[in-house]
Design a protein around this ligand. Structure first.
Ligand SMILES: *Cc1c(COP(=O)(O)O)cnc(C)c1O
Length: 348
C-alpha cells in the first residue's frame, strides 16, 4: 500500500481520473508523425484556439517544449534572458546547454517576475565579443517564485522591450491556465505578446503525459523538425492526447478549487508557531513556507511528515513547497494542517 495518504509534493502527482481513462481508451488514433492522428490534431486545434496562435505541436513534456523553443529561436552561442529562478536553469538537466547550446543570462526578479526596466538594463549594444541576445523567456506562473502570476501589463512591457531590440519572447506556460483561472485574464491575452508559448497537460490539468507548444507557422515548422530530431515524434499518440482534450474540457475551471485549497492550507500553516509564510503571496496552487523557526530543516520536517503519510516538498535549506491539485480534497487540506501542527509541536 502507498504510505503517502496526502500528496502535496507537486501537481504532477495527480492521476488520470476514470473518465479521463475512458476518453483515452475510446480515442480515435492514427500515425501522429504524418498528422494522421485525429485526436492529436484536435488537441492541437483546441490549443491554437485557446492561445490564438497559428499552429501547435503535441510534445511528450514541458521540458521538451522549452528545449525546442530555445533551439528554434536561437543558434548555438546565442543568449537567452530569463529569471534566475526559471525552470530551464534548475530542473532540465542542463538541457539549454546541450540541446540549444545557449548562454543563459539571469535577471533578479521579484517572486520570479522581472520588469521591463530590468530587461532593458540587461540589454547590451551588439558587439562581436558578446553572445547575441536572442530570446527572453518568462514563466507563467512562476514555479519557484511561489506560483506567482505575471501581470498582463508586465508581460506586455517586457515583450515590447524585447521586440524593440529584436529579441523574441518565449512563455513557459507550464501553469498558464492556473494564471488564467486566478486572474480572469484570457489565455490568448497572455499569449499575444509572446512568439512561442506552451501549456503543460501533466501538471494541474491532471493528464499522465504531454504538453503543447504553439506559435506562428514558420516557427512551428522549425519546431516540428526539432520534435523529430529530439525523438519526440510519436505514432498513435491520440491515446495520450485524448487525456489532454478531456482535460481542456473538464479540468480548467476546477483549478479554482486547487487555488482555494492552497489558500486554506496557507491560512492554516500561517497559524502554526515556527512556520513563516505570507498568505497574501499565495495566488494559485502553490504554498511556499519557511520552517527555520521549528528548529528543523526542510528535509527533516519533510521526513517526519512523510512518516505521518503527508508528503510536502523541500530538500534544501528551510524552504518547503506544498502544491494542491486534482487529487487533493479540502478535507485532506484540513488534515494536512493538523499533521503539520502536531509534528511541529512535538519537535518544539
Ligand atoms: C514542470 C515544469 C516544466 C517541465 O515540464 P515537464 O512536463 O515536467 O517536462 C517546465 N517549466 C515549469 C515552470 C514547470 O513547472
Amino acid at each position: 500500500m502507498n504510505p503517502i495518504r496526502i500528496d502535496l509534493y507537486s501537481d504532477t502527482k495527480s492521476r488520470p481520473t476514470p473518465a479521463m481513462r475512458r476518453a483515452m481508451a475510446d480515442a480515435e488514433v492514427g500515425d501522429e508523425q504524418s498528422w494522421e492522428d485525429p485526436t492529436v490534431n484536435l488537441l492541437c486545434e483546441m490549443v491554437c484556439t485557446l492561445l490564438e496562435k497559428e499552429a501547435a505541436l503535441f510534445l511528450p513534456s514541458g521540458t521538451m517544449c522549452n528545449m525546442i523553443g530555445f533551439a528554434a529561436h536561437c543558434r548555438p552561442g546565442d543568449e537567452v534572458i530569463l529569471d534566475r529562478t526559471a525552470h530551464p536553469i534548475h530542473a532540465e538537466g542542463g538541457g539549454p546547454a546541450v540541446h540549444a547550446g545557449v548562454m543563459l543570462s539571469m535577471l533578479e526578479g521579484r517572486r520570479g517576475i522581472f520588469t521591463a526596466e530590468q530587461l532593458r538594463a540587461a540589454l547590451k549594444s551588439p558587439s562581436v565579443k558578446l553572445p547575441p541576445q536572442r530570446l527572453v523567456s518568462i514563466e507563467q506562473t512562476s514555479n519557484t517564485g511561489g506560483g506567482s502570476v505575471w501581470p498582463l501589463a508586465t508581460i506586455r512591457e517586457v515583450a515590447a522591450v524585447a521586440h524593440e531590440h529584436g529579441l523574441s519572447v518565449h512563455m513557459d506556460g507550464a501553469r498558464l491556465l492556473n494564471a488564467v483561472v486566478a486572474s480572469g485574464v484570457p489565455a490568448r491575452d497572455y499569449a499575444a505578446p509572446c512568439d512561442s508559448v506552451w501549456i503543460d497537460l501533466s501538471k494541474g490539468l491532471g493528464c499522465p503525459v504531454g504538453a503543447v507548444l504553439a506559435g506562428d507557422r514558420d516557427f512551428m515548422d522549425e519546431a516540428w523538425r526539432l520534435k523529430h530530431r529530439f525523438g519526440g515524434a510519436m505514432r498513435q499518440a491520440g491515446i495520450v492526447a485524448a487525456a489532454g482534450v478531456y482535460a481542456l474540457e473538464h479540468h480548467v475551471e476546477r483549478l479554482a478549487e486547487d487555488h482555494a485549497n492552497a489558500k486554506a492550507l496557507a491560512v492554516g500553516l500561517a497559524d502554526v508557531p515556527g512556520l513563516a509564510l505570507d498568505v497574501g503571496e499565495v495566488e494559485t496552487n502553490m504554498v511556499f513556507f519557511d520552517v527555520a523557526g521549528t528548529g528543523l530543516s526542510a528535509a527533516q520536517l519533510g521526513d517526519r511528515l512523510l512518516a505521518e503519510g503527508l508528503r510536502i516538498g523541500g530538500r534544501d535549506g528551510t524552504r518547503m513547497r506544498a502544491v494542491t491539485h486534482l487529487d487533493v480534497t479540502r478535507a485532506q487540506i484540513d488534515k494536512a494542517v493538523q499533521i503539520v501542527r502536531r509534528v511541529v509541536r512535538e519537535q518544539r
